[in-house]
Design a binder for this molecule. Structure first.
Ligand SMILES: [Zn+2]
Length: 261
């Protein structure tokens, strides 16, 4: 199928070119904004190398158990809502890849876990990527969420850091300030994830440089749930027990978002 293959290739090239331009623009604008050491590693947004909060390992903290403070939500709460869940990357795009661990695969595992947990709580969900083979474009993901009539959009990613600072790990969550409720959603999802895992709290950050959360037409956030560059956190994020805590925390944050409205 020469013609079709050619079209597919051209489309893929356009997509790759678009991604490269987006990444370059992101890096440039971050640098111009003077936001500090903003690095890119393996097509993944690397973290701000900030503060000393990254010095404690997430895994040790997680072992201390749940820190509480999260409202327990049950089926009886009668919460409803449609949550679009975006497992970042996919297909030929692994995202961050460290020591045999693919960001795309971890994102999908967490997305599936979150979808299941939210359905247990009574929510409806739509998965914007459902398998490891497909790579929907960022635009396709946003459009699919809109077509489904999603109330909120949650994108799941993993982080990586290649700088010289030791022990950079933890969770950070991004939102775009163009919709008022995105910051509230980001804050609640972030809080739930941090509290349930005990991971290092790297805070929430506002940006208009991440496509899916900028162009989503519903409140949205993008959570980076671990640093694959940190060996302890890389081990943790691939374990079912840690993924379960993370999923539970994110789901409770989402439930609080809807419950508080
Ligand atoms: Zn990513």
């Amino acid at each position: 199928m020469g013609a079709q293959g050619g079209r597919g290739q051209r489309r893929r090239m356009r997509r790759l070119t678009g991604t490269a331009l987006f990444v370059a623009a992101f890096f440039l604008s971050a640098a111009l904004a003077g936001k500090g050491c903003f690095l890119l590693a393996d097509k993944c947004i690397s973290a701000f190398a900030r503060g000393s909060s990254g010095e404690e390992g997430a895994v040790e903290a997680a072992d201390a158990g749940d820190s509480g403070g999260i409202v327990m939500v049950s089926d009886e709460a009668g919460l409803t809502g449609l949550v679009a869940i975006d497992a970042g990357h996919g297909g030929e795009d692994d995202g961050c890849y460290r020591d045999g661990v693919s960001e795309a695969r971890v994102n999908l595992e967490l997305a599936k876990g979150l979808s299941g947990k939210l359905q247990e709580l009574g929510f409806d969900t739509v998965m914007l990527r459902e398998d490891d083979e497909s790579l929907p474009s960022l635009e396709e993901r946003v459009k699919a969420a809109e077509a489904a009539g999603a109330d909120i959009f949650v994108s799941i990613h993993q982080n990586a850091y290649d700088g010289t600072q030791a022990g950079v790990s933890g969770i950070e969550t991004w939102y775009c300030g163009n919709l008022a409720d995105s910051g509230r959603l980001a804050g609640l999802v972030h809080k739930g994830a941090v509290e349930k895992t005990g991971a290092v709290d790297r805070g929430t950050q506002e940006t208009d440089e991440l496509y899916v959360i900028r162009y989503a037409t519903m409140p949205s956030c993008l959570i980076e749930t671990s640093f694959l560059s940190d060996s302890a956190e890389r081990r943790a994020i691939t374990s079912q027990a840690y993924q379960d805590k993370l999923v539970e925390g994110m789901a409770q944050g989402i439930a609080e978002y809807f419950g508080a409205k």
